[in-house]
Write a protein that binds this ligand. Structure first.
Ligand SMILES: [Zn+2]
Length: 306
């Protein structure tokens, strides 16, 4: 169903360069036909002579999803021509600050893709599906808007409790064993600060070595799994901090210790029973040939304790 455009639709779209002409659903995607307003006077950007309109050309660019559907802006871009004979400029198409040249996504869509992956921890593939684009297109948006944030040293400000733990990154294949990464987390806010390759002391120590002294001095508590490599790395750079074994690993270690005791106890009882059996056989034999010396036995359980 095609709906005629209106000022209301343009307001909902929220891109002030454009008016909405029409919209329709195509293959479960919302296609919105947009144009810049008529009556514009355009001057040549080189010589300043008033340009002549030469019609329109349609481009498609994806925007923020709406009502659970991917949105495609179908933009009828104006074509302009400079008629000044001495001007080197011949023709050009209009531009918008919301849509970069040859971009598949609007600027606000690229920014939101990065935010969902970085702040909401949504998978790149999931976000790409919501926008109707491929994984690489979504990942390019994450890199475009995310790399600047990662490089911003201020993102590490205010951290006073640091956590580190290993995570399986890629399963083992014929060509490599299981690959791990080490995650560094602000344990007060739960914010992931960084991820470094491998789970060795060197991997974490290198990351800590890139922090300045004042940042390291503010870290009062370090939470880590009992992996000895992390403890070595922390000892070299954060010896002033209190080390805490994280809850998950502490419980796991406790359970393992209880299991070990149970297994040991069972083995001890079995050994004792075997010794008793041997002792009983000896006693039977000793009844006919008494000999001196202590005899191993287990005292019977007192009746009061039964
Ligand atoms: Zn010109």
């Amino acid at each position: 169903m095609v709906l005629e455009g209106s000022g209301c639709a343009a307001r909902m779209l929220g891109l002030d360069d454009f008016g909405v002409v029409a919209s329709e659903v195509v293959d479960d995607e919302l296609h919105v036909l947009v144009e810049t307003p008529d009556g514009q006077v355009m001057g040549c950007h080189d010589c300043g002579v008033r340009a002549e309109s030469k019609g329109r050309r349609t481009v498609r660019v994806r925007d923020l999803p709406a009502c659970g559907r991917p949105v495609v802006l179908v933009w009828r871009k104006r074509l302009w021509r400079c008629n000044e004979p001495l001007c080197p400029v011949r023709t050009w198409t209009e531009s918008s600050r919301h849509v970069a040249a040859r971009a598949m996504l609007t600027g606000r869509a690229r920014e939101e893709i990065c935010r969902r992956v970085g702040e909401d921890a949504d998978a790149v593939a999931e976000v790409a599906r919501d926008y109707g684009v491929g994984w690489h297109t979504a990942m390019a948006a994450v890199r475009e808007h995310g790399e600047g944030r990662v490089d911003d040293p201020a993102r590490l400000d205010g951290v006073i409790a640091l956590g580190m733990d290993e995570t399986s990154w890629l399963r083992a294949t014929r060509t490599h064993h299981t690959l791990y990464v080490s995650g560094l987390v602000d344990t007060l806010t739960g914010r992931l600060l960084d991820v470094v390759p491998d789970r060795t002391a060197q991997a974490v120590a290198s990351w800590l070595a890139r922090r300045d002294r004042r940042w390291l001095a503010r870290i009062g508590v370090v939470t880590l799994d009992p992996h000895r490599g992390y403890a070595h790395a922390v000892g070299a750079h954060l010896s002033h901090a209190t080390l805490v074994v994280d809850h998950f690993h502490a419980v796991a270690l406790g359970n393992r210790a209880v299991d070990d005791v149970r297994r040991l106890d069972g083995a001890t009882i079995a050994d004792e029973a075997m010794a008793l059996t041997r002792s009983s056989n000896l006693d039977t034999h000793a009844a006919s040939t008494p000999r001196a010396g202590p005899r191993r036995s287990i005292d019977p359980v007192p009746s009061a304790a039964r």
